[in-house]
Design a protein around this ligand. Structure first.
Ligand code: P6P
Length: 339
């Protein structure tokens, strides 16, 4: 990451608006989401002292037990975005269906989708978690959007970002003109730009995957990873390192910082669902961010951002990161499919 002149998120957004790359409503939306992420960061940071660890005793549409912080983060984002007048509707991993902005409030032209606290299974063991969000335009003439109005391909996103709650809280953002990182200055309460125009190295020697699923992968994935593990004596001719945080935000942030590839491929366990990770509020925003940083993102057989969604909580296989390594993994799949 290139060091940046220390400007605040607010100043960056105003400069983008003055340059005509975003409008006032989108600027306000991003500021509201950033402010909500600061609140979430405070809750996450309290840990055991805040009585926020452990299960909420409820489940979500994903069939997952919700952590207390999943519910807290979801509520923070819902409340923060309800009354600003910049949104027509919003959708969350934690809600069965999208919801239009309540009639009591003015509606705007954007749709917000988010995973309020991704990787929440890591909360109780004090490993980084994060918030992932994606912004779409509400179709013209739609005043009360339903799920179907959110089903737009990733190429239509006007903004995507994540906030990682780690040793520092960092907001990584794109509005389609590069990917930039902002670090929360807790003393001032502002996000300060600490990396402008992030560029992911095109090549890498580091991959991220949950190896325990190896026996369940499709043949091309098994062959691709076997060749990585064969190292310099194998067909790839170089040794590789492996990382797996099991928190997508943390794994993707590492890749943005030093390169690498992240895989959550189809496997026998998640094949019937289409994959493990969700398209609309995990894969698509992360793919937009990665592509804007010179990386690549694919399902293994299609550019991620071109997938036509069919369901709000649709799942997809994910390969993203250093573009030449993603291309290599895609090549293994293409060769297999042609055989
Ligand atoms: P596994 C977290 O639950 C998540 O959705 C992603 O953040 C993460 O990359 C993945 O699932 C981890 O999955 O099967 O390794 O627990």
């Amino acid at each position: 990451m290139k060091p940046a002149k220390p400007i605040s998120l607010t100043r960056y957004l105003i400069e983008e608006q003055h340059a005509g790359r975003i409008n006032a409503d989108l600027r306000l939306l991003i500021e509201v989401v950033a402010r909500a992420c600061k609140t979430i960061s405070m809750s996450v940071g309290k840990g055991a002292l805040g009585g926020v660890l452990g299960d909420a005793g409820t489940g979500n549409i994903q069939g997952e037990a919700q952590k207390k912080l999943d519910v807290i983060a979801n509520d923070v984002l819902l409340e923060a975005n309800a009354w600003g007048g910049h949104l027509a509707g919003l959708a969350s991993e934690e809600m069965d269906h999208s919801q239009p902005i309540p009639d009591a409030f003015q509606r705007g032209n954007y749709l917000l989708l988010f995973d309020p606290l991704d990787g929440s299974s890591n909360i109780d063991v004090n490993i980084s978690v994060g918030t992932i969000f994606s912004v779409l335009r509400c179709p013209d003439g739609v005043t009360s959007p339903g799920d179907e109005h959110f089903l737009q391909p990733g190429t239509t996103q006007v903004c995507a970002g994540y906030t990682t709650y780690g040793p520092s809280t960092m907001l990584v953002l794109t509005v389609g003109h590069g990917t930039h990182a902002f670090t929360l200055d807790r003393e001032v309460g502002s996000f300060i730009m600490t990396a402008r125009d992030i560029q992911i190295p095109a090549d890498t020697k580091e991959f991220a995957i949950n190896m325990s699923n190896q026996r369940h992968w499709e043949p091309p994935m098994q062959r691709y990873v076997a060749d990585l593990l064969a190292g310099k004596d194998g067909p790839r001719g170089k040794d590789f390192n492996m990382r797996w945080v099991a928190s997508m935000v943390a794994d993707v942030h590492r890749i943005l910082t030093r390169g690498g590839v992240f895989f959550y491929p189809l496997d026998a366990k998640c094949r019937d669902k289409g994959g493990k990770l969700r398209l609309m509020y995990e894969a698509n925003p992360m793919s937009f961010i990665v592509e804007q940083a010179g990386g690549a993102a694919s399902t293994g057989r299609q550019r991620m951002l071109e997938v036509q969604p069919t369901g709000l909580h649709q799942r997809v296989p994910v390969m993203l990161g250093s573009r030449n390594e993603v291309a290599e993994a895609v090549r293994y799949h293409a060769e297999h499919d042609r055989a």
